[in-house]
Design a protein around this ligand. Structure first.
Ligand SMILES: CC(C)=CCC/C(C)=C/CC/C(C)=C/CC/C(C)=C/[C@@H]1[C@@H](COP(=O)(O)OP(=O)(O)O)[C@]1(C)CC/C=C(\C)CC/C=C(\C)CCC=C(C)C
Ligand SMILES: [Mn+2]
Length: 405
């Protein structure tokens, strides 16, 4: 097995710093690694000099964390965008008979318009935000939205109790078909057209379906690593699907990967917030998404959650969870400014609105068992001009990395 072995040699007192630095740099380095860094027990080499860390793709057999696995999808999607090498697969675009392609064009417009209507019905504020985008981008985002909504409805909607893993397999087969230009219905046709025009990879879509499978078979999460993977599946994927359509500002100096990382962070932040808002509701369905090890460390148990009593232990536990969700929002904020100007507003609007749910949980004195944290109309309304102002502010320099080609 081929591999690289990297040693950092440094004075003893810097050993743990060097190891930590390796850990944090290597997953982001873009190297195609089959294994990630491992800190070796320090070995004395000569007087006072120690090997602090080693990275080996061949020698070390470490299980990868969810963050590392997800980062590979980020790199893949970013590479696709950079290369813009997407094949245009849709048959609709190949029509040589003019009359026929006009009819298909009308059908396609109708399909996109219907996606817009669904979007307006389920997510009014977001729909309004999309009206600022160019017509091409706007309708592509609607098509993605509708596919996501339909996927979520399979496990969350009125027919959820009839959904089996087999049904999800069939949904995935439909996804494969539409990516190959064989849409099943009008909504699929709109998405098929979108993925033929924008460098959108199929992986995040498949991963969202995987998240739905996870929801069917799992009702507890051992630790944050497991929860992170679930959040990526059901929400981080949305960020990865939308950025190729929303586009990165031509003047942005940020690396494509960093923008995708921010998009991923927004999905994770939204889903963590969703989980914190819905603790009581989920518990009533026998579900606890919060990490089991952290619940235990806080001196709490599943029973406490089912009983739904707000205690000091619960408050302090929730403070930690809210803090983590805010960290993901902070990470996401750095990336919004790098998006195309017309796409920033809906993203800022959804970010600010969702983030305020965390404030609402605090305002409810952490009672997410019996009170639903929500953002009132006045606050929602006030967020829109703030979002617009931030969208106008443009590209941030916080994120500058080597310029994209
Ligand atoms: C501009 C914008 C927000 C674009 C995204 C549009 C889009 C395609 C949305 C799809 C959302 C959807 C239906 C996902 C299905 C799974 C799901 C329901 C996830 C939860 C959403 C909240 O929905 P809700 O509160 O209704 O939840 P319930 O079903 O009622 O429980 C999620 C919590 C996740 C949604 C995730 C996002 C909106 C991520 C958005 C990220 C970006 C658009 C990337 C922005 C780019 C940068 C650089 C920051
Ligand atoms: Mn849902």
């Amino acid at each position: 097995m081929a591999g690289v072995l990297l040693w950092v040699i440094c004075p003893k007192e810097n050993a743990s710093f060097a190891a930590t630095t390796l850990f944090s740099l290597v997953p982001k380095s873009g190297l195609q690694l089959s294994r990630y860094p491992k800190v070796c027990s320090r070995q004395k080499l000569s007087n006072g000099v120690f090997a602090a860390a080693s990275l080996s793709s061949a020698v070390v057999n470490l299980p990868r964390s969810s963050e590392e696995k997800v980062y590979e999808v980020v790199l893949k999607q970013a590479a696709l965008v950079k290369e813009q090498k997407k094949e245009r697969a849709l048959d609709v675009r190949k029509g040589n008979d003019q009359a026929e392609s006009m009819t298909r064009g009308d059908l396609l417009n109708g399909a996109y318009n219907r996606c817009g209507e669904v979007c307006a019905e389920y997510a009014k504020t977001f729909y309004l935000g999309t009206l600022l985008m160019t017509p091409e981008r706007r309708r592509a985002v609607w098509a993605i939205y509708v596919w996501c909504r339909r996927t979520d409805e399979l496990v969350d909607g009125p027919n959820a109790s009839y959904i089996t893993p087999k049904a999800l397999d069939r949904w995935e087969q439909r996804l494969n078909d539409l990516f190959e230009g064989r849409p099943y219905d009008m909504y699929d046709a709109a998405l098929a057209d979108t993925v033929s025009k924008y460098p959108v990879d199929i992986q995040p879509f498949k991963d969202m379906i995987e998240g739905m499978r996870m929801d069917l078979k799992k009702s507890r999460y051992k630790d944050f690593d497991e929860l992170y993977l679930y959040c990526y599946y059901v929400a981080g994927t949305v960020g990865l699907m939308s950025v190729p359509v929303m586009g990165i500002a031509p003047e942005s100096k940020a690396s494509t990967e960093s923008v995708y990382n921010a998009a991923l962070a927004l999905g994770i932040a939204n889903q963590l917030t969703n989980i914190l808002r819905d603790v009581g509701e989920d518990a009533s369905r026998g579900r606890i998404y919060l990490p089991q090890d952290e619940i235990a460390q806080a001196g709490l148990s599943d029973e406490d959650i089912f009983n739904g009593k707000v205690t000091d232990k619960w408050r302090s536990f929730m403070k930690g969870q809210i803090k983590r969700a805010r960290m993901f929002f902070d990470e996401a904020e750095k990336g919004v400014a790098e998006l195309n100007a017309a796409s920033r507003w809906p993203v800022w609007a959804s970010l600010l609105l969702y983030k305020q749910i965390l404030d609402a949980i605090e305002a409810n004195d952490y009672d997410n068992f019996t009170k639903r944290a929500y953002v009132g109309k006045a606050k929602k309304f006030a967020s829109l001009p703030i979002a617009y102002g931030r969208a106008l502010m443009g590209v941030s320099s916080k994120f500058a990395e080597p310029a994209r080609s």
